[in-house]
Design a binder for this molecule. Structure first.
Ligand SMILES: [Zn+2]
Length: 300
């Protein structure tokens, strides 16, 4: 295990215990989250060594890297994913426009999984590159998206300032060296480019309701547990600003369904729908505290 002695956001070194959570999807082990006394950032500490992290992704229940259609939970996930993929493409077009022969647009998706997002963007005419550390997922991504998909060690070899858009869909919370990765993203982005970051929000209604059972803590795979304030703070350090915050309205339902399962041992669709709706209403009232959020960032 590796213990961080400095906060990744503000570099101070006094932390309070925040939560202790079990790994429900893979190891069954228990991990701690600490909260920085100075800036309030919450992160998994201690955490598995980088060389051991891969073991915690090997589970039949961990579905984000597979296209399996087994089980009702997976079927629901795949259905919602189709709809959200189209919404993601609409967002990209809104942010950087439509590509054309005289107007090529480049897109880099970091942590592209099996390449579903890359595939819709490629079909819409974007020039796409993917980064995926898992070799099985990477091979599927190449097959699915007809794009250039590489291991994350290749990030440093890409042309600086060459991408109109860089996306990290539920990826930043998994990255061992957070500051180094944000700096890399900034370097690869064109001066007028945009970055899309989607991460869970521990300030959301469902996070506060489920506490240590909240599925989006997902320990030890999630190393950081962001809020809008800590996203702003860490990107500001790297001379980037949050331009917009957008909701991911489906995540509250999916996360509530899993959280309910962790808490009670049973799948309860009715309760998950009820909590999901309550979470979204609460988010609308509180102003951007959805279960998961999309942050649009640009260079200062
Ligand atoms: Zn801090």
């Amino acid at each position: 295990m590796k213990t961080l002695d400095k906060c990744p956001v503000c570099a101070e070194s006094s932390f309070d215990p925040f939560l202790t959570c079990k790994d429900y999807t893979s190891s069954g082990k228990v991990f701690d989250i600490v909260k920085c006394q100075s800036c309030g950032f919450t992160f998994t500490n201690p955490r598995p060594e980088v060389k051991d992290l891969w073991q915690y992704y090997k589970s039949e229940e961990y579905i984000s890297h597979t296209d399996s259609n087994k089980g009702s939970l997976n079927r629901l996930y795949q259905l919602v994913r189709k709809y959200t993929l189209l919404k993601k493409l609409q967002l990209v077009v809104k942010l950087i426009g439509r590509p054309g022969l005289k107007h090529p647009l480049t897109l880099l998706d970091i942590g592209c999984g099996t390449g579903a997002f890359l595939a819709v963007c490629k079909n819409a005419g974007f020039s796409c590159t993917g980064i995926e550390p898992d070799p099985d997922a990477r091979n599927l991504a190449i097959k699915n998206s007809w794009s250039n998909v590489m291991d994350e060690t290749e990030l440093g070899n890409l042309q600086p300032g060459s991408f109109n858009l860089i996306s990290l869909w539920h990826v930043l919370e998994h990255v061992p060296d957070l500051n180094q990765r944000i700096e890399q993203v900034k370097e690869l982005l064109m001066p007028t480019g945009r970055v899309i970051i989607a991460v869970p929000n521990r300030n959301s209604y469902d996070a506060k309701l489920y506490q240590e059972f909240w599925a989006a803590y997902d320990l030890p795979r999630h190393l950081y547990h962001f809020t809008p304030d800590t996203i702003r703070a860490i990107f500001e350090k790297h001379k980037m600003v949050v331009d917009q915050i957008l909701p991911m309205r489906f995540d509250s339902f999916y996360v509530s369904l899993l959280s309910e399962k962790y808490r009670t041992g049973k799948l309860n669709y009715i309760k998950a729908i009820y909590t999901g709706i309550k979470s979204n209403i609460s988010a609308i009232r509180s102003g951007n505290e959805f279960s998961s959020q999309i942050y649009i960032l640009k260079k200062i």
